[in-house]
Design a protein around this ligand. Structure first.
Ligand code: PLP
Length: 349
């Protein structure tokens, strides 16, 4: 796929401006020295105010579609401290849409947490439905049923899947790659392409958009996706399916089908750093996260970016990322989760 074809298809997608773009692209010399690479960070953690993070790029497309379809209520899901749910709740409030959140909890009878993303969800007036892990496994059906019920009541629901990671949402990260290309073109980032884009992966949409567009846009020939929960085989399947859907969207926007077929970046899912479970980091990961804050003033989170960045440092030590190479790390956000669980850091500070 040529840049021109992708540009034209992306430009024709309906989009609501929600994020503060372009997000900063910064050089971090102290971390470059620590890791032994030429490290740049795309500050998508600074993509907005309280709704900041990677999800807002997907929501610019998803909520535009919801509004075009005449929706008056959006439904989505996530873990109890979901960054995606919080971004959706705040953006929905901004657009005058109701928001219903299905959030996974360990114990339905326990009190909801007071802080972090849950507080922001509640400030935004979102309706929170706690659900069990077993119900969460059936989340797509559960949301489809809830939407059907709302439709019977005369409302117009729009369902956003976990993480906003469907084919349309993922194109938010193809647009992010276009944004980095334009930043490189005006001389930021030293103007040379990167060797590799590195990012945290939870629901797969960010990966799908980056893999689809990083090489076409001349940002980097390779993408390293750092899994934070499931293994590489799972994400290869999942992200592959999202990319196939994204390509269908591009074709619907007028891109020739054969042109969108073969254009991906070389792609590795790295699952060395996923840690013990979703949301649970190792001691080493937590200590590294603290070290990064002290070296750079950048705050990573233990669920996503902390694991991914630690994974990057390990990949460099193993030689899987070449020492001295130019690395673009996408800081995907996650600050509210850090503030919600201070006890996680007690022995690392
Ligand atoms: C959701 C999220 C990710 C993962 O992005 P996906 O597109 O869901 O894979 C990474 N970092 C943070 C902070 C997130 O909230």
């Amino acid at each position: 796929m040529s840049q021109h074809v992708l540009d034209a298809a992306l430009a024709s997608l309906p989009r609501i401006a929600l994020a503060h773009l372009p997000t900063p692209l910064i050089e971090v010399p102290a971390l470059s020295r620590r890791l032994g690479v030429d490290l740049w960070i795309k500050r998508d953690d600074a993509s907005s105010g309280a709704e900041a993070g990677n999800k807002i790029r997907k929501l610019e497309l998803l909520l535009a579609r919801a509004v075009r379809e005449g929706a008056d209520v959006v439904l989505t899901c996530g873990g109890i401290q979901s960054n995606h749910a919080r971004a959706t709740a705040l953006c929905a409030a901004r657009l005058g849409l109701r928001c219903v959140l299905f959030l996974r909890v360990a114990d339905l009878t326990a009190r909801l947490p007071d802080g972090g993303n849950v507080l922001l969800d509640r400030l935004a007036g979102a309706e929170i439905h706690p659900i069990t892990h077993a119900q969460y496994r059936e989340r797509d059906q559960l949301m489809a049923d809830a939407a059907a019920t709302l439709r019977r009541l005369g409302q117009r629901p729009y369902v956003i899947p976990e993480g906003g990671s469907d084919g349309l949402g993922a194109l938010g990260y193809a647009l992010a790659m276009r944004e980095v290309r334009d930043q490189l073109a005006v001389g930021l980032g030293g103007a040379r392409p990167y060797d590799v884009v590195v990012h945290a992966c939870g629901s797969g949409g960010t990966a799908a958009g980056c893999v689809l567009a990083a090489k076409v846009m001349g940002v980097a020939p390779r993408v390293r996706t750092m899994a934070v929960c499931d293994d590489a085989a799972y994400f290869e399947r999942r992200v592959g399916a999202i990319m196939a859907e994204s390509r269908e969207w591009l074709v619907r926007q007028g891109a020739p089908a054969d042109a969108v077929a073969a254009s991906e970046a070389d792609w590795t899912v790295d699952d060395h750093a996923r840690g013990p479970a979703y949301g649970v980091a190792t001691d080493e990961q937590r200590r590294f996260l603290v070290e990064v804050s002290r070296l750079s003033g950048l705050v990573l989170d233990p669920v996503y970016t902390g694991k991914a960045f630690h994974g990057l440092s390990r990949a460099i030590s193993r030689g899987d990322v070449t020492p001295g190479s130019r690395v673009l790390f996408i800081h995907t956000g996650g600050l509210p989760g850090v503030l919600a669980n201070p006890e996680v850091f007690e022995d690392a500070l």
